[in-house]
Design a protein around this ligand. Structure first.
Ligand code: 1Q0
Length: 214
């Protein structure tokens, strides 16, 4: 389970997500990726059973980091500039997967769908009662979001892995922000930013017909 280093960072991780949003409603990619890295660190403390999830998330984070250290890094400062650049340069393969290396738009779409899961899961945790089951909340959030984009075998494996999640109060304590009530208060503070990031991304991708990149 969690060790000291990992336990301390979840509040900070949610603050990092809050710092993604600019006054112009743009999304800064650096903190967006840093936020995912923090979540993956937390996920790794929950047990090796989740490594199939964290490996995929890390692979996607690494794709985005490679853009950030490339010659074109200036194009990847915000989500909006990335979408504009990749579309204008024909870098987004809208038809078949695998033919060219994954674009930033495709990679962020996967994380965006996962952000929807996060939003629903945190909202579930926030509004649930003490005796609620974390695995049921997690499964409910997953079935309403990511599951719609995953094949049967991944859905089955993901849903099985959720059974090892600790009960609601222990989970909230693992977040290491104080009592379960303190953790719920932090979620109340963090959720509006996560929802805004989700909504802005969803609208931008819908506007450019990018919601189904294979
Ligand atoms: C707490 C339990 C964590 C549950 C995580 C739920 C997500 C399940 C996702 C299952 C993914 C399975 C691995 C492979 C998927 C890929 O096929 C798929 C599509 O990619 P591609 O390239 O094949 O088209 N990839 C994805 O859908 C991306 C999945 C990224 C998941 C990132 C999850 C990171 C989780 C962090 C834990 C957060 C803990 C929350 C508590 C925070 C409280 C403040």
């Amino acid at each position: 389970m969690a060790n000291g280093d990992d336990r301390c960072c979840l509040k900070e991780v949610l603050h990092i997500f809050q710092s993604c949003l600019t006054d112009q409603k743009e999304i800064l990619m650096d903190p967006y990726i840093a936020g995912w890295k923090g979540l993956v660190r937390f996920l790794n403390t929950l047990g090796a059973i989740f490594s199939f999830i964290s490996k995929d998330a890390v692979a996607k984070i690494q794709i985005m980091e490679s853009f950030h250290s490339s010659d074109q890094k200036a194009q990847y400062v915000t989500l909006q500039s990335m979408v504009k650049y990749e579309l204008a340069s024909n870098l987004v393969d809208l038809k078949k997967p695998g033919d060219q290396s994954p674009s930033g738009c495709r990679t962020i779409l996967r994380l965006h769908r996962a952000l929807h899961w996060l939003q629903l899961f945190l909202e579930g945790l926030r509004t649930s009662t003490e005796d609620s089951s974390t695995s049921a909340l997690c499964a409910e959030a997953y079935n309403a979001s990511l599951a719609n984009h995953h094949p049967w075998i991944i859905r089955k494996t993901a849903l099985l892995s959720f059974y090892v999640l600790p009960n609601r109060n222990s989970f909230l304590e693992l977040m290491n922000v104080g009592t379960p009530a303190d953790a719920v208060e932090m979620l109340e503070e963090a959720l509006p930013s996560i929802s805004k990031i989700y909504d802005i991304t969803q609208a931008l991708y819908a506007q450019h017909n990018l919601l189904d990149i294979p």
